[in-house]
Ligand binder design. Structure first.
Ligand code: TXE
Length: 495
């Protein structure tokens, strides 16, 4: 197996480092890649490069939006040519099946294509009713140098919910990807140079959160931190950023509920629930990890769900037929198994799975079987905490109000799903759900135009859509005093 060797990407080139971190496959244990373990010098160099590229207005931040749009468009073309390679890197480093990695890369490119188009027309306002001698302008300017800190579950999607939007707005960036999955981020940064995005606009420094992430957050020349990851680290970043009144965008954890009413299209709901709890091995912030099902249909629904779940195929990242891959690392797998144990200990009924899987060549990987618990109550740990594994917690309800109350009984508020053929009920419930996204009669389906983000402890700010671009802008008001009003022409009265 070819080991990929990477350095940091700073100011349009590879910057050598002495220390490296290794990434071994979570699916079979072989060495995949070596990434730079960056020190303070590397982080400073990357920030300086981004600062220069921002402050020299002729490079990127103040050129016509159309020029930025065209450069981003050329980048999209290059990314399309590299889909298979990027997907393989994603699959290997995360441990996810290749066909889902490919879908992830394609979706990331779709986000970049949309963000590129937004660069053509960044909205502004003109205020003209403040007196004849005055004119007001409300303009949006790029926020500056953005530090982006991204996680390992969807390395490219979490990056592309930020990066092309920030670039479209005219910002420059320093990215710190997860130390476990940095390959695809470094690859797309290199491709940006080939697309003609100027040196210094995109910089990548790899390494751990405790060193590189902390340095980025605390650096005075970074204007904003845009972070996706755990709520605990998000809080830490917000606290440190507050000391410098630095802006933050936080996309944090979730505990989504899918509410299935008796009048739902049951077949469609079964597909949605299944996808919702196993996609990406359950390592997903909008994972449908709680199922709330109406009591009158619960028995038959669960019977079918268990049957369908038995057909899920666990496999190696390169297995074209695999549905579910390996968890990110051993410690995480142990944590997921300990959540499962807590479900058993606290009295939930284990309907399926609950174990590590080592058969069929998966013995060297960190695989956990799709797991379903019923009779879950709101006090139980598996109802409350983000597990980040293929574990579904099922609770029954008997009324619309009870379903809404159960769904909202969480500190998180990223996404929820509603399944019913009654449109009035669907709209009423989706209005009362306290989450940034509601899926109606589908799950995890969305469009690039729709903003994504959390209520409550799921985050601050929005990604994607026009809101996703505006997050990377500052608003400026300009009050213009105009010259004296010209004298009226002498009034002549014809005799
Ligand atoms: O995330 P971390 P972890 C949740 C999920 C998962 C748990 C732990 O429940 O089980 O978090 O995952 C960087 N200053 N999510 O520990 O630590 C880190 O290097 C600055 C949900 O891997 O939050 C990485 O680049 N940065 C989530 C990024 O933060 C720091 C996706 C995320 O890592 C830092 C991932 C620090 N002090 C996990 N410490 C989602 N919203 O989808 C770490 N980092």
């Amino acid at each position: 197996m070819n080991v990929r060797e990477y350095e940091n990407w700073i100011d349009g080139g590879w910057a050598k480092t002495d220390r490296k971190v290794e990434r071994k496959s979570p699916a079979h244990g072989e060495l995949l890649a070596r990434f730079a373990q960056s020190d303070e010098n590397a982080v400073n160099a990357a920030i300086e490069a981004a600062r220069r590229a921002f402050d020299d207005r002729s490079i990127w931040s103040a050129i016509p939006g159309a020029e930025r749009a065209k450069a981003l468009g050329r980048w999209v073309d290059l990314l399309i040519r590299e889909i298979d390679r990027l997907a393989l890197i994603e699959a290997e480093e995360v441990g996810k099946p290749i066909r889902f990695a490919k879908a992830e890369v394609e979706w990331s490119i779709e986000l970049a294509r949309y963000a590129a188009a937004l660069a053509w027309q960044i909205p502004g306002d003109l205020v003209s009713n403040i007196g004849d001698a005055n004119l007001g302008l409300v303009t949006r300017e790029p926020r500056g140098v953005i530090g982006m800190i991204t996680p390992w579950n969807f390395p490219l999607v979490t990056l592309f919910q930020k990066l092309p939007f920030a670039l479209a707005a005219g910002c420059t960036v320093v990215i710190k990807p997860s130390e476990l999955t940095s390959g695809s981020t470094l690859e797309v940064a290199r491709l940006a140079k080939d697309a003609g995005i100027p040196d210094g606009v995109i910089n990548v420094v790899t390494g751990s959160g405790r060193t590189v992430g902390e340095m980025l957050t605390g650096h005075r020349k970074v204007d904003m931190i845009s972070f996706t990851g755990s709520t605990a680290v998000g809080i830490r970043i917000a606290q440190r950023a507050a000391e410098q009144v630095k802006r933050v965008g936080l996309e944090l954890g979730g505990k989504a509920a899918n509410i299935v009413f008796a009048d739902a299209d049951i077949d469609a709901a079964l597909d949605g629930i299944l996808l919702g709890y196993v996609l990406n091995q359950g390592e997903e912030c909008v994972q449908g990890t709680r199922l709330l099902v109406e009591d009158s249909v619960a028995d038959s629904f669960l019977e079918k769900l268990v049957e369908r779940s038995k057909n899920i195929r666990l496999g190696l990242p390169t297995d074209e037929k695999a549905d579910v891959g390996a968890l990110i690392h051993e410690k995480h797998m142990e944590q997921v198994l300990s959540y499962i144990q807590s479900g058993i200990d606290e009295g939930a009924t284990l309907l399926l799975g609950g174990n590590r899987v080592t058969e069929n060549g998966l013995g060297k990987g960190f695989y956990v079987a799709p797991t379903i618990f019923s009779d879950v109550t709101p006090e139980m740990t598996i109802f409350r905490e983000e597990i980040f594994g293929p574990v579904l917690a099922v609770t029954r309800f008997t009324s619309v109000d009870q379903a809404i109350a159960l769904a909202n009984d969480t500190n998180y508020g990223l996404g929820n799903g509603v399944w019913t053929k009654d449109i009035d009920k669907a709209i009423r419930v989706s209005r009362e759900l306290r989450s940034g996204t509601v899926y109606v009669n589908t799950f995890l389906e969305t469009a690039v135009q729709l903003p994504f983000g959390g209520f409550k402890e799921s985050g601050i700010g929005r990604e994607n859509g026009l809101d996703g671009l505006l997050e990377f802008t500052e608003v400026k008001s300009t009050f213009i005093k105009l010259g004296q009003r010209p004298h009226a022409l002498p009034h002549t009265v014809a005799n």
